[in-house]
Design a protein around this ligand. Structure first.
Ligand SMILES: *Cc1c(COP(=O)(O)O)cnc(C)c1O
Length: 339
């Protein structure tokens, strides 16, 4: 809650979704030019959609309330009832979206193991594309995720997936909730990170710091189908330019600074390494083994530090409301618990 310089500011490491809109963002939201977006009459939404599409090298965009709804909209626009999509078993669309593809979309998820580097091995993907047979659901799509649990997928992987997909008449969806973290971490353009994807979902409400909103991008025909799916899912919003303005401001002001989050995550990983088992630091995330359960959580909460459930693999996420000075406060708090 703001209060910069306060000795005991709340430090929330659960997710980069906890960021609060800045005063500058709120001002721009208040002044946004708006209209009824279901009628296509909100100029701010239209501007955001086109800006993200251009940035990703795709034709058109569609603004949605959340990443979950955007991914489901994409899956429903690529796959029909009883058709399948192939994806990694830890990826968000199957692991963290309440089963929406299957439950709401009647789309069959074919899930494959995810490698250490966040990819699904190409030979596994190839093997999962079985010849057409009436016993089996027909796969229409491969869904990839970048970043995945903070990891940036290796350069060239997307193109290989796309080539494989094309060879078999499948399409590729990229869940790029944190695609800009991948771009900033590698110095590549967003379009280069997305290259090969037929559709991309990009969240504005994570490290970018907008209060809500995701843009789904693809070609014109895909976005026309997605507009219908979004309506079906209840995601058509009216004067949503108020939210889109926050997204535009985030793209203006909060992209380059993602590098600060990555730097701070590295510093946090280094500070914690002598104290706990740090398993991995990638982009804005530190993964660590944090024994101590509820007792640890209470110990940290007493020091105004909030983390996700402690366990053998716990994610600490750095974002724009974490400051360099917080690294030492967090380090000292863990030290006090474990020593
Ligand atoms: C956060 C996230 C989403 C979407 O989440 P919402 O909370 O619904 O906006 C999708 N995919 C990945 C990889 C994510 O991290």
């Amino acid at each position: 809650m703001g209060g910069n310089g306060m000795a005991n500011r709340r430090i929330d490491l659960r997710s980069d979704t906890v960021t609060l809109p800045t005063p500058a963002m709120r001002r721009i939201m208040a002044e946004a030019e708006v209209g009824d977006d279901v009628h296509g009459e909100d100029p701010t939404v239209t501007r955001l959609e086109q800006r993200v599409a251009d940035m990703l090298g795709l034709e058109a965009g569609l603004f949605l309330p959340s990443g979950t709804q955007s991914n489901l909209t994409a899956l429903m626009s690529h796959c029909g009832r009883g058709e399948a999509y192939i994806t990694g078993e830890t990826y968000h669309t199957v692991a963290s979206e309440a089963g929406g593809a299957a439950v709401v979309g009647s789309i069959v998820p074919i899930t494959l193991p995810v490698e250490e580097d966040g990819t699904v091995a190409l030979d596994r993907l190839r093997a999962a594309i079985r010849p057409e047979d009436f016993h089996r659901p027909v796969p229409r799509l491969i869904a990839v995720e970048n970043t995945s649990l903070g990891r940036v997928l290796p350069e060239g992987y997307m193109e290989e997936v796309a080539a494989l997909a094309r060879e078999h008449g499948l399409r590729v969806h990229l869940d790029g909730a944190r695609l800009l973290n991948a771009a900033i971490a590698t110095g590549r353009t967003p379009a280069s990170v997305a290259a090969g994807a037929d559709s991309v979902s990009l969240c504005l409400s994570k490290g970018l710091g907008a209060p809500a909103g995701t843009v789904l991008a693809g070609d014109e025909a895909f976005i026309a189908r997605a507009r219908r799916a979004r309506k079906m899912l209840g995601g058509g919003m009216r004067q949503s330019g108020v939210l889109a303005a926050a997204g535009l401001h985030a793209l203006d002001a909060h992209v380059e600074r993602l590098a600060d989050d990555h730097e701070l995550a590295a510093a946090l990983g280094e500070r914690l390494a002598p104290v706990v088992e740090v398993q991995r630091v990638s982009t804005n995330m530190v993964y660590a083994g944090l024994p101590g359960g509820a007792e640890l959580k209470r110990h940290l909460e007493d020091r105004n530090i909030v983390i996700a459930s402690p366990g053998p693999v716990t994610r600490l996420v750095v974002h724009r409301d974490i400051e360099p000075g917080d690294v030492e406060r967090v380090g000292a708090a863990f030290e006090a618990f474990y020593n």
